[in-house]
Design a protein around this ligand. Structure first.
Ligand code: NA7
Length: 536
């Protein structure tokens, strides 16, 4: 039921994940009136929806938490090196309680449109519950991986069994005991869920289109000592994280080029970092993400380690990635993933060679062969980075639709705003480091910048801020130019929009790193929001 009609707020925030929660807190501190709309029935965003078995963050828990409040961080104790989804969601609810966030949030409400009224200088935001509110600022805290996507397989409606998407998992959980299960996809969500699904299923068939690099996660319980020590320095650590490329300080990047190292030095780096677990491996050489030669050394090492785990000779080649450089698709952290394929009741089907043709009442047909199953798990990913933003019908000045403006790929200035759409902000939008970084560090970086911007606008009686077209053109070109100096564009990844048929192939995140990006943000703000037009 609509709770708000014709009310006016200073700001509307779309989404109550980490970004929406912190944004609300910051704006309320300024005494602004704010309404958050959230489609789920609680806070959490990504961690609200992704409840599949094994869902876990791939950034270490001691770094994947808010860093703006000593009281909040001291009041919470993480239990594992990589937190599981239920623990992260409990943490988010703890923060929502502490800051009393829910009183300004309206749950189970999806924003359908947001339209700028040029004369009034206000956004009109409408929801699927019939709300129609107005606000000076509209802030999209919609997340980069929140528009879950089931591919358009023929016959899906005929399937008589149960099917699920990892990104929209039933809250009550799913019992696969004794069931014949199909998992489609082998990205992070599949890599995490497959070992646990296999523990219950009578038979598991995995449909793989692209083999991924998987690296042992090395998850473990945290010791009391390391938790206590981290609490002492967390806020300091967080400041340091903002100066790093990835917003992470648990490892450092080796800046030496592979060619400048001896074979022994390279082997030591690769081996040490591989066994550290996590993303440290990608920091083995300074040019690992920039040159084929350096990357190949790391990829060969990774394949040789992965090969050791796989015991069925007939599937080794299928499970080893060989069509893209390592790291250009998100590296998957592995806890018994490859080992699972050694089990007698687990099979893998190569759908690159034999694509899925259709889904039938009884299962899946691929390459002319039928696979009868009781359940299908779509671990097929998201319409990443732009899907949730463009899921809202956004209309800016002169009736221009953001969907039309971005039809050939997203266009932003700094990933924060888009020309023609005044007072509309994106938190971790395309064109910012976002998914190539520790998301919470990037969220805090953006929220702090946006809230300071709004504070200065309000104090100066300035009604609007809007990206200038030429600044935006320059930024889009800069983001593309930086990406082209890396190997990232070489894979069919969701970073490129390549997983969605028809989506423009544009590398969306900013590859220059959180630290360099932060300096740019500070320069822009320090120069009276250079590249933006401020309206009186
Ligand atoms: P991903 O990483 O996008 O993985 C989706 C998987 O589904 C991937 O293996 C895809 O193969 C596969 N896929 C997608 N469409 C199809 C069709 N039509 N047929 C067969 N296979 C298909 O999503 P995740 O949820 O695993 O992870 C998303 C991020 O969350 C992750 O990177 C972390 O940051 C956390 P493809 O590789 O496209 O050939």
């Amino acid at each position: 039921m609509a709770q708000d009609t014709n009310r006016e707020f200073d700001a509307v925030i779309v989404g109550a994940g980490f970004a929406g929660m912190y944004m609300l807190h910051r704006l309320r501190e300024q005494g602004l009136s704010v309404r958050v709309f959230e489609a789920g029935d609680g806070v959490g965003g990504t961690w609200y929806w992704n409840r599949y078995p094994g869902a876990r963050c791939d950034v270490e828990s001691l770094e994947y938490q808010f860093g703006f409040s000593d009281e909040i961080q001291r009041g919470w104790t993480w239990t594992e090196r990589y937190s599981a989804q239920p623990e992260i969601l409990r943490y988010q609810n703890y923060v929502a309680d502490k800051l009393d966030l829910r009183r300004d949030m309206q749950f189970s409400t999806r924003v359908t449109s947001s339209t700028y009224d040029e004369r009034a200088g206000l956004w009109t935001v409408e929801t699927d519950k019939g709300d129609k509110v107005r606000a000076r600022f509209c802030i999209m805290a919609t997340g980069c991986l929140s528009a879950a996507r089931v591919p358009d397989f023929n016959g899906i409606e005929d399937f008589k069994g149960e099917w699920y998407h990892t990104g929209d998992w039933p809250h009550e959980g799913v019992d696969f005991t004794g069931k014949r299960v199909a998992v489609i996809g082998t990205g992070s969500s599949a890599v995490q869920s497959i070992p646990l699904i296999a523990e219950q299923a009578s038979h598991l068939t995995v449909f793989q289109r692209t083999a991924n690099f998987t690296l042992p996660a090395g998850n473990r319980p945290l010791t009391e000592d390391e938790v206590r020590k981290t609490k002492e320095v967390l806020l300091e650590n967080r400041k340091r994280a903002r100066d790093t490329p990835g917003g992470i300080i648990c490892f450092e990047y080796n800046e030496t080029l592979a060619a400048d190292m001896t074979e022994e030095e390279r082997a030591r780096e690769l081996d040490g970092r591989w066994h550290m677990g996590g993303f440290a491996f990608l920091g083995s050489f300074g040019d690992l993400m920039a040159t084929q030669e350096a990357n190949h050394l790391a990829a060969e090492y990774a394949r040789s380690e992965m090969r050791k785990v796989i015991k069925k000779p007939e599937i080794v080649d299928l499970l080893l990635p060989n069509d893209h450089p390592v790291g250009v698709k998100r590296l998957c952290l592995d806890t018994h993933y490859l080992e699972t394929f050694n089990l007698p009741h687990v099979d893998i089907v190569d759908v690159k060679k034999a694509p899925i043709e259709r889904i039938t009442a009884k299962g899946i047909v691929a390459g002319g062969k039928g696979y009868e199953v009781d359940c299908i798990v779509f671990a097929t990913g998201f319409d990443a980075m732009t899907g949730a933003i463009l899921g809202v019908d956004i209309t800016g000045k002169k009736g221009e639709k953001l969907r039309d403006k971005w039809s050939a790929g997203p266009r932003t200035y700094l990933g924060l705003g888009s020309a023609g759409f005044p007072n509309l902000f994106f938190i971790t939008g395309p064109g910012s480091p976002s998914v190539l970084s520790n998301m919470i560090v990037s969220i805090e970086q953006h929220v702090d910048w946006i809230s300071e911007c709004i504070r200065r606008l309000t104090a100066g009686n300035i009604r609007s801020i809007e990206a200038k077209p030429d600044a935006e053109d320059m930024w889009v070109a800069h983001v593309n130019e930086l990406a082209s100096q890396t190997l990232y564009p070489q894979a069919n990844s969701w970073y490129m929009g390549a997983n969605i048929p028809g989506k423009p192939r544009v590398f969306m995140p900013y590859t220059g790193g959180v630290g360099v990006y932060g300096q740019k943000l500070a320069e822009v703000a320090g120069a009276d929001y250079e590249g933006f037009t401020l309206g009186a």
